[in-house]
Ligand binder design. Structure first.
Ligand SMILES: [Zn+2]
Length: 271
């Protein structure tokens, strides 16, 4: 599943090819992704300019000369840009064609992604308005994390994966950040000390930043916008390494399930 670093990498990859360009046409080849595609979108997008593009959590927002377009990659979505016309293949569900010949194409095998027209301010939209702070933004820090963990008995891993607490920390990066911070994934949130919260907020930032720099991971079938695969997987410290030796101390990493997701931790380095 594309996580925050993949979405950020995708955004950076497509931005230089779509910013300040005028849309010539929109060609949908499906009526529905996760939700139905607005029937007026063809007309709405015609001649609009893409003024800027940004990310909020795992959403990409295209700010147009009038209105906004919200894109979510769902479980398996990919965006890519090209300037040579090619016939769409199966699972390539829509194209936005620009007047200079470039195309933004969306591919999604599982069709859990989204393409939504927004007329109001994007942060007022129902999908975005309750999202917690950005993990790489200034309002996410140890102090914030300490305040939101008080009186919470949920395991800390589940808490940091809750988009209303902090947005965009997916399973891979939650595992990695908890290892870096030396905190057990099942630890009750309210039992984290101020120091734990400081360490964890920094570990989340570090893990996501490293992944973005590495161009996103190649887990499952993700490839980034220019179709060059990312290469972060080899850098993963615990995720997908259950029962293998800890890279720090050599102890056997424990593999458990939490909320139906894979959790791996070191019983020695994390407490
Ligand atoms: Zn260890």
């Amino acid at each position: 599943m594309p996580e925050l670093p993949e979405v950020e990498t995708t955004l950076r990859g497509i931005s230089k090819r779509i910013l300040n360009k005028q849309i010539n046409s929109f060609e949908p080849r499906t009526e529905k992704l996760r939700w139905p595609i607005n029937k007026n979108l063809k007309k709405f997008l015609k001649n609009k300019k893409v003024c800027s593009a940004e990310r909020r959590g795992k959403y990409i927002i295209l700010n147009l000369s009038e209105g906004h377009l919200l894109i979510h990659l769902g479980m398996s979505g990919k965006l890519r840009v090209f300037n040579k016309p090619t016939d769409p293949k199966k699972h390539e569900h829509w194209d936005i064609n620009f007047t200079d010949g470039w195309t933004l194409r969306y591919t999604d095998i599982r069709k859990f992604g989204a393409l939504i027209k927004i007329d109001t301010k994007p942060d007022q939209h129902k999908l975005l308005k309750n999202l917690g702070p950005e993990p790489l933004g200034n309002s996410f820090n140890g102090k914030y994390l300490f305040s939101v963990t008080r009186k919470k008995t949920r395991p800390i891993k589940n808490l940091i994966m809750d988009a209303n607490i902090v947005t965009g920390v997916g399973n891979i990066y939650a595992n990695e950040a908890l290892f870096l911070a030396g905190i057990r994934p099942r630890k009750q949130s309210q039992r984290l000390s101020k120091t734990n919260c400081e360490d964890l907020s920094q570990a989340i930032r570090q893990t996501l930043t490293e992944a973005i720099e590495a161009g996103g991971t190649t887990l499952k079938d993700y490839t980034n916008a220019s179709e060059a695969p990312g290469y972060f997987k080899k850098e993963l410290r615990v995720y997908d390494r259950g029962n293998l030796p800890c890279l720090t101390c050599g102890a056997k990493l424990k593999l458990i399930k939490q909320a139906n997701r894979q959790t791996v931790y070191c019983p020695v380095c994390q407490s």
